[in-house]
Write a protein that binds this ligand. Structure first.
Ligand code: GDP
Length: 324
């Protein structure tokens, strides 16, 4: 086993930003020797993790995520807290950029010493991006951040991934009639612990109508927790209106679910799910790399496609090669 890099470890624990950035670079590296060093570092940091409130923020592009996160971050810093902002954007692998890649976004927040902003890691799959973000989150926690915000674009599986790594998953919505139905169709609303209708300044009446419609729509869904009817807030991130109410609601959420035991239970469940995801991925990789499987696979696929062998018989046979 690699010895732990004490300079890096001590720097992260001492809340220094440069060692933090270095540790994250190590975690995000694809090189096997870097992975080994990152694993040792993470093990050493683990006892110091768990202290932050992990908040996921999702919503379609243009809804105001970065405007909100900047205003929220600055508000938290005013309260004497430190905030880290991470992102999960699987498209960053393809585009080379990411939702937080543009430095002009959150410009004020990025200048704050009590803030740390990191763009989405690039990895070849959403699973890879999510895994690295989870690890980065742990390092940030060990480095004493009080709140960790994980931003994601409002598309596809990335929302499920972020809801699966945060304590509170928040959906930002526009005050458009019909928008809420879209969210329900996609199943995103079921993941939300909190819904915020942003840009309420443009049309406060429309925002209130949307709020009522979403509340009605929420009645049709099974709540995530019997102790937490999902609140629907209105906000103007641009005018910094509704930010304090958001934070008060988040704290009330934490207190309510801590009292019921659900806060800790969710984290336990997330940790176990994470482990199983890695086991699934590892087994699949081992299977695909097994020499007998590699040799026999094309023949089996063809036989299954042509209907000469049943999929279940082929799967059973191929899996049995793993025992050899
Ligand atoms: P993102 O793509 O979800 O990160 O959205 P941005 O934060 O980049 O915001 C998109 C646009 O909406 C920008 O021009 C913002 O200035 C604007 N915007 C964000 N929040 C509000 C708001 O509360 N009210 C109004 N009127 N505009 C907003």
């Amino acid at each position: 086993m690699e010895p732990v890099d004490h300079t890096l470890l001590d720097g992260v624990l001492a809340r220094q930003l440069r060692p933090l950035a270095k540790a994250i670079t190590l975690i995000e590296s694809q090189r096997e020797d870097h992975r080994a060093r990152a694993r040792v570092l993470l093990e050493a940091l683990l006892p110091h993790t768990g202290g932050a409130m992990r908040i996921g923020i999702s919503g379609v592009p243009g809804v105001g995520k970065s405007t909100f996160i900047e205003a929220f971050g600055l508000y938290l810093i005013e309260q004497g807290l430190r905030v880290a902002v991470l992102a999960v954007d699987p498209s960053s692998t393809l585009s080379g950029g990411s939702i937080l890649g543009d430095k002009t976004r959150m410009e004020l927040l990025s200048r704050e010493p009590a803030a740390f902003i990191r763009p989405s890691p690039s990895a070849c799959s959403l699973g890879g991006v999510a895994e690295k973000t989870r690890e980065v989150m742990l390092v940030c926690e060990a480095s004493g951040f009080d709140v960790i915000v994980v931003e994601t674009v409002g598309v596809g599986q990335s929302e499920i991934a972020v809801a699966g790594m945060t304590d509170l998953f928040c959906l930002l919505q526009l005050p458009n009639a019909g928008d809420e139905l879209q969210a329900i169709k996609k199943g995103v609303m079921e993941l939300a612990d909190l819904i915020v209708i942003n840009k309420a300044d443009i049309n406060p009446v429309a925002a209130r109508t949307a709020r009522a419609q979403i509340k009605t729509a929420l009645h049709m869904l099974r709540p995530m927790s019997p102790n937490w009817p999902v609140p629907v807030l209105t906000m103007s991130a641009l005018r910094k209106e509704g930010i304090a109410e958001f934070w008060d609601t988040a704290k009330r959420y934490r207190d309510t679910l801590t009292a019921s035991g659900e806060f800790a239970a969710r984290r336990k469940h997330q940790a176990a799910t994470w482990m199983w995801e890695l086991i699934d991925a590892g087994l699949k990789q081992r299977f695909r790399q097994h020499p007998r499987v590699t040799a026999a696979l094309p023949g089996f696929v063809e036989a299954v496609e042509e209907g000469r062998v049943t999929p279940s018989a082929a799967a059973r046979e191929l899996l049995s090669f793993l025992n050899e």
